[in-house]
Every structure is written in structure tokens, then in C-alpha cells.
Design a protein around this ligand. Structure first.
Ligand code: KIV
Length: 277
């Protein structure tokens, strides 16, 4: 069915991402958490929509990604998949496996990855970790579920790190990260996200792997880039990390629009006769 979709509409697949890397075409990824935004992203031509567990922060208002559940991820994923179901849709949908949905055992991980795939027909799942999850990645990919890895700053381990600072700045951690990236590729991952690591290291990883390396705060040498949609649209005034380029100021646009609406309602200017029956 996905093959038909690819032939008909150019739906992005794991194969397509690999071809893009081989052809030197950069891969553009954004997060998405609902139907309306997913439709806009897909129509704009985005390659991959990541239903990130950052939904925990930007959608639900938690301070970390830890509280979000498998059921909540499925709720967001279902809405996003509905947004990319037209005949001309092309965006691939990747869904984050939330904290503690894949760490307990391979069986549990496979069951949860299976639920995420089955309950809304997304294209792939994403998991954080290197050597600690390699066997699980193998198990899940062997079951036919594509897995995207995530290395560097891994927000699900924030209490272990104690801060959101740049990772792998010194030799031992950089070497470990390179090893983990290779291990994820060997274990069957189709792509890997690297978050908040030095550009030179990200470039080295991208050159040494066959699979695409998607960066966030990891410089231009990656095979593609990912940003959290709320950050790049300027929906959060309080969050301005260096790696986010803000493409719009929706916070101000929404505030101004709501301010105008308040004025119009209070003054009796809205609704006009033309806006009434
Ligand atoms: O959850 C998320 O949004 C992510 C991206 C930051 C890569 O994992």
C-alpha cells in the first residue's frame, strides 16, 4: 500500500531518504502534533514530519519530555497521519517512542512500537540511545518497523545529564557517540538524529554513515535538519536557543489578532451586518 502511495504521489520512504543522501539532497524535517499543522507542512513540501515527544513540552506544557505516554503519542500521531492522507501527500511520518516505552525489555519495546505503527499507520518510530538500545532496534526493525535513532543530547535522559548543554565536546564522549551511530546503523536504523553536538563531529558522523544523519543544533554538515515547529514559528517568546532560526513571529501575530478581536467584540464592531444572517 505504501509502495502504491509512493508510485502515485511521491510519498517519502526510508528508501527515498537514502537516495536523497546519496544524491546530496538535504532532508528537511519539522515536528508536528496535529492535523491542521501536518496538512500545512505536507502541502509546503516537508520531507518528514516528526511527531516528537517534545509535544510533552510545547503541547502539554510539561517542563520535560518524560511525562508523555504511548497513548498520548498515538493521539498526536493519529491526527498528524490524517493530515497527510490526501492523494498528493508526500510527507513521511515518524513517531517518537516516549520515555520508558522501550527501555524495560525488547518485548515491551516491540509491543509499543507495534501499537504506534498499527493504531494509525505511521511510517516509522524514533528512539533515543546507542549501545543500550541496539538490540531493541534490531528486534523492532526485524519485525518490519523502521527505526530512526537519536543521539547526542537526548532529552529523555535530561535528569542523568543535569543540563541541556552541548554534548560530546571532548574526546571520550565524541568517540562513544561515533561508535553508537555506527552501531545504530548496523542494528538496522534507517536514519539518526544528532542533537546539540559540535558541527565537526556531526559532519564526521554523516560522512562515515550510509544512512542519513539529521541534525538539530549540530551544524550544516548533516544530511538534513530538524526543528521543533513551535520554535521556528516563534510561538514561544521565552525559548531562544542559538540553534533555532525563527522564521515567523506567530506569538506577536496571534496576540495582535486576539487584541483586535477583543476590541471589536467589546466595541460592538464585530459582527457586522455582512457577518450576520
Ligand atoms: O521530540 C522532538 O521534537 C525531537 C526533536 C527535537 C528531534 O526529538
Amino acid at each position: 500500500m505504501k509502495e502504491n502511495a509512493e508510485q502515485k504521489s511521491g510519498h517519502v520512504t526510508t528508501r527515498r531518504l537514502l537516495d536523497m543522501k546519496q544524491n546530496g539532497e538535504k532532508i528537511a524535517v519539522l515536528t508536528g502534533y496535529d492535523y491542521t499543522i501536518a496538512r500545512i507542512l505536507d502541502r509546503a513540501g516537508i520531507d518528514v514530519i516528526l511527531v516528537g515527544d517534545s509535544a510533552s513540552n510545547v503541547f502539554s506544557g510539561h517542563t520535560t519530555t518524560l511525562p508523555i505516554t504511548v497513548d498520548e503519542m498515538i493521539y498526536h500521531a493519529r491526527a498528524v497521519v490524517k493530515g497527510v492522507q490526501s492523494a498528493t501527500s508526500r510527507a513521511m511520518v515518524v513517531v517518537d517512542m516516549p520515555f520508558m516505552s522501550y527501555q524495560l525489555s525488547e518485548e515491551e519495546a516491540l509491543r509499543n512500537a507495534g501499537r504506534i505503527m498499527k493504531e494509525h499507520e505511521c511510517d516509522a518510530v524514533k528512539m533515543e540511545g546507542g549501545s543500550s538500545i541496539a538490540a531493541t532496534v534490531r528486534r523492532i526493525t526485524d519485525a518490519g518497523i523502521p527505526v530512526m535513532g537519536h543521539l547526542g543530547l537526548m532529552p529523555q535522559s535530561i535528569y542523568k545529564y543535569g543540563s541541556y548543554k552541548v554534548r560530546a565536546q571532548e574526546g571520550a564522549e565524541a568517540e562513544e557517540l561515533m561508535k553508537d551511530a555506527r552501531l545504530l546503523e548496523e542494528s538496522g536504523a534507517f536514519a539518526v538524529v544528532v542533537e546539540k553536538i559540535p558541527s565537526a563531529l556531526a559532519g564526521e558522523i554523516a560522512r562515515s554513515l550510509t544512512i542519513p544523519v539529521i541534525g538539530i543544533g549540530a551544524g550544516v554538515e548533516c544530511d538534513g535538519q530538524v526543528l521543533v515547529i513551535n520554535d521556528m514559528l516563534g510561538l514561544n517568546r521565552e525559548f531562544h536557543p542559538r540553534f533555532v532560526r525563527q522564521y515567523a513571529d506567530l506569538n506577536t501575530i496571534i496576540e495582535d489578532a486576539v487584541g483586535q478581536y477583543l476590541e471589536d467584540v467589546r466595541s460592538g464592531d464585530f459582527p457586522s451586518p455582512e457577518e450576520s444572517y
